[in-house]
Design a protein around this ligand. Sequence first.
Ligand SMILES: *Cc1c(COP(=O)(O)O)cnc(C)c1O
Length: 426
Amino acid sequence: MHYRLQCLMCNARYPADDPRALCDCGSLLDVAHDLAALRGSVSRQLFDSRRGEWALPYRSGVWRYRELILPVDEAAIVSRPEGNTPLYRSPRLSQWVGIDDLTLKHEGENPTGSFKDRGMTVAVTQAVRLGAQAVACASTGNTSASMAAYAALAGLRAVVFIPEGEIAYGKLAQALAYGAQTLQVRGDFDAAMRLVREVCNALGITLLNSLNPFRIEGQKAIIFELLQQRGWQPPDWIVFPAGNLGNTAAFGKALYELKEVGLIARLPRLAAVQAGGANPFYRSFLGGFRQRERVTAHTVATAIRIGNPVSYERAVRALRWTDGLVTEVSDGEIMEAKAQVDRAGIGCEPASAAAVAGARRLAAEGVIQGGRAVVAILTGHLLKDPGATVDYHLNRLEGIEATYANRPRVIEPTLEAVREALAESA
Ligand SMILES: *Cc1c(COP(=O)(O)O)cnc(C)c1O
């Protein structure tokens, strides 16, 4: 194997197939590839030649890049297949955001409706290789939906821990439907996260949260695929929502590695966007990352309602590598941006819209300058959180003025009533 596990803090090394979740020192682990060897063996041509394959593994937008992710036998791979998500452009949305060259990469168009599938295919593949019988995660929803699907595919027992009453309906429905044992924890996400770590340790269950380094490896493929779709020409900025900071970590690692192996010459800057009510990483950023901050999180964007992000150190490193930054947006800005993304015919869940709201804010502040190429990552599908969407359009979200509400009307079943209704909104 051309990789090993390496501690982020103390640099201790472990063999590639050591089933441990953390370093002996308690810190996060990285999958460390032999980048010098890869420099000679991977190329743009290699990955381009795999485009258009119908069969696994290269049909998958993750396993297409398997040398840079997890070089395992084809037979071991558990895949839906994920990735191959589209790029969208909308003149109407660009104008609203204030960025002419704005592209959206829609990771909500993955098999279970979020980017989590990219990490899950790799983490579940590795769990099966190492003989796991059961897997678990704490989740604000999308991780549990994804894990439940991939565990079902692989024949593993799945246990999900979700904060009681704080999960969007589409996501809860998926976890139940795919057969995961679903435990609703009295407490917030951070409490569920603490509990699942203890449970996995005590009961020998494999933890599939993004502290699992193989999740991070899979999520790197968002960046690989994005760059391949752009003919390997990096944009100036990549903007995305940040909660538990798995993506922030994965994006930085992907870009760093692509440069090291010679596939790109220049790194785009990363802009991580947090909700104002769930902004520990933004606070740390303002303090020059001298201190790791924690908050009690509140936001309409449940997927990023996280007060103590697990991948903090990895994410700080990612921003250092890419000259990146962190910004924050209010729930009102998030729902406005969501209404605009939805109205453009594209659609996303609230957390994803934070990326667009953040891009708009950075453009207005002049941080993202005119003419710059910007890619915003939409992380989850519109149908994940029907409650937030309907509540917005009925102007029922507390503390949020629904500027772009599209209210349904009740009418009598007559032609006259329809004429009246159409005339009113014409
Ligand atoms: C998980 C998730 C996020 C947050 O990503 P992190 O990697 O935890 O920062 C954002 N949006 C959606 C839709 C998600 O499911």
